[in-house]
Structures are given as structure tokens and as C-alpha cells.
Design a protein around this ligand. Structure first.
Ligand code: PGA
Length: 261
């Protein structure tokens, strides 16, 4: 982590917590988090669409420093796309972020890198920060091809991006074999890929742009391993699934700085 990149701890709730539960959850986090915590680390919850309005009312009403966003966004801005939610709708609800390309979207909804590229651009059109997710399967990891594979994904996900669009995005390296499995990439393995992505950003954009973009790690990140992952120079935050469903554990992760060895 360098000074120019503020750490970001993002809780990806997936399809958990209804809007009543979401409100209680955010209240509990807000009760525990201090001004120093918000100063040291950006805190973000990525909720189901149905929770967003309730979370907005609570956060704005009580002036809570937690940010909120969505787990997906349509590539379209409006129209006959049954079941989709547009970037402008999310922006209207005060969302700051939207995840695009999560491996569960890729696996269960047939999204590929070009879909992810269009969704990221849709988010940017509405001033949402896309959190662009990518990562290799176990098979690719075992073949030792993870760096080449991930760089191919990033290249396609960021196709046509300007420097400005890249700087307005967050990247998230999530090895599929580590998601929800309890298997975490070792800090060194995660750093290897994140460093390669940053080097690629230097080549594709510029050293300044590469230095400004936050790269998150995701995959069985929890309170017990957050500090060692965050100690890696090219890991700027976490995209946290299971462990974000426990507000106390997630707050402990936001405070990884107090647990560094
Ligand atoms: P996990 O999920 O922390 O439960 O492994 C991470 C993610 O899928 O974003």
C-alpha cells in the first residue's frame, strides 16, 4: 500500500440480508467504527438491490461514514431489459460503487470479459466506481499460468479505457478457488498477481495511473488473515464475502492496521 491509495475494505454480502437485516447490520458497524477507522480505511458495503434504499436512508439520515454500492449493474442505461438495474438508478440512490464481473456472475450468468467491459463503462457513465473482478480457476492455478491468464482478463475488461476511466475504477483479484472455500491465497501468491497487474497498468496507461489504482484481494479473506494480506505492497484492500456477514468480524478487518504483526 502506498500513501496515494486509500485502503478499501468492501463487504460483498451476496444474496444475504434482507432490508431489515441490512439496517441492523449497518447500525452495528456504525456503532463500532470510529473517526480514526474511517480516516485510515474506506468502508464499503455491497448490498442486494432490495437493501439499497433502506441503507441509503440510514446512512444519510445518521451521517454514517460507511459507503454503499451494488453487486452488479446493467450494461444498458434504460429500456426493455427485464430484471436489470441501471447505473442511473443506482446513482440516484447515492451508490458510489458497483461490482462488475464477479466470478459468480461469470459462472452462473454467462458473463464474459466483454460483458464486464461494457458493464464497467456503464458504471462509469453514471459516476459509479466499478469494482472490476477477475481471477483464475484452480485448474489454471495448478498449471502455473495464473499471471498470464489474469493479465488477459484485465486487458479485455479494460479494453478501450482512457487513463481517466482506469483511475476511476477499482480492480479486484479474486482467485476462484479461494472464494467461499476457506482456502486463501497466500499473501505472496496474491501479491504476485496484483504486482503483475500493476506492472501491466504501467505499460498500458502510465506509472502515475498505475500508482493511483486500487487493487483489492478477495477470496476467504477474514479477520485472521487481513493484516498479512494488506501488508503486501500491491494489495490495497479486500473484497470480503462470508466474513462481511459478521459485522464485528468485518469491523476487525477494517481495523487490520491495529493487528499488523
Ligand atoms: P469470500 O467471497 O470472502 O466468501 O471467499 C469473496 C467474494 O466472492 O467476493
Amino acid at each position: 500500500m502506498t500513501e496515494s491509495r486509500k485502503p478499501l475494505m468492501a463487504g460483498n454480502w451476496k444474496m444475504n440480508l434482507n432490508h431489515f437485516e441490512a439496517t441492523a447490520h449497518v447500525q452495528r458497524m456504525a456503532f463500532a467504527l470510529t473517526a480514526e477507522d474511517y480516516e485510515a480505511c474506506e468502508v464499503l458495503v455491497l448490498t442486494p438491490f432490495t437493501d439499497i434504499r433502506s441503507v441509503q436512508v440510514l446512512i444519510e439520515g445518521d451521517k454514517i461514514g460507511i459507503k454503499y454500492g451494488a453487486q452488479d449493474v446493467s450494461e444498458h442505461d434504460s429500456g426493455a431489459y427485464t430484471g436489470e438495474v441501471s447505473g442511473s438508478m443506482l446513482a440516484k440512490l447515492g451508490c458510489g460503487y458497483a461490482v462488475v464481473g464477479h466470478s459468480e456472475r461469470r459462472q452462473y450468468h454467462g458473463e464474459d470479459n466483454s460483458t464486464v467491459n461494457r458493464k464497467a463503462l456503464a458504471a462509469l457513465r453514471h459516476s459509479l466506481t466499478p469494482i472490476i473482478a477477475f481471477g483464475e480457476s484452480l485448474q489454471i492455478r495448478e498449471s502455473g499460468e495464473q499471471v498470464a491468464f489474469v493479465l488477459g482478463q484485465v486487458e479485455q475488461c479494460l479494453a478501450g479505457f482512457t487513463d481517466e476511466q482506469a483511475r476511476a475504477s477499482v480492480l479486484a483479484y479474486e482467485p476462484i478457488w479461494a472464494i467461499g472455500t476457506g482456502l486463501t491465497a497466500s499473501p505472496e501468491d496474491a501479491q504476485e498477481v496484483c504486482a503483475a497487474v500493476r506492472e501491466w497498468l504501467v505499460e498500458r496507461f502510465s506509472a502515475e495511473t498505475a500508482a493511483a489504482i486500487r487493487i483489492l484481494y478477495g477470496g476467504s479473506m477474514k479477520a485472521a488473515n487481513a493484516a498479512e494480506l494488506m501488508a503486501q505492497p500491491d494489495i490495497d484492500g479486500g473484497l470480503v464475502g462470508g466474513a462481511s456477514l459478521d459485522p464485528d468480524e468485518f469491523v476487525t478487518m477494517v481495523r487490520y492496521r491495529l493487528h499488523a504483526s
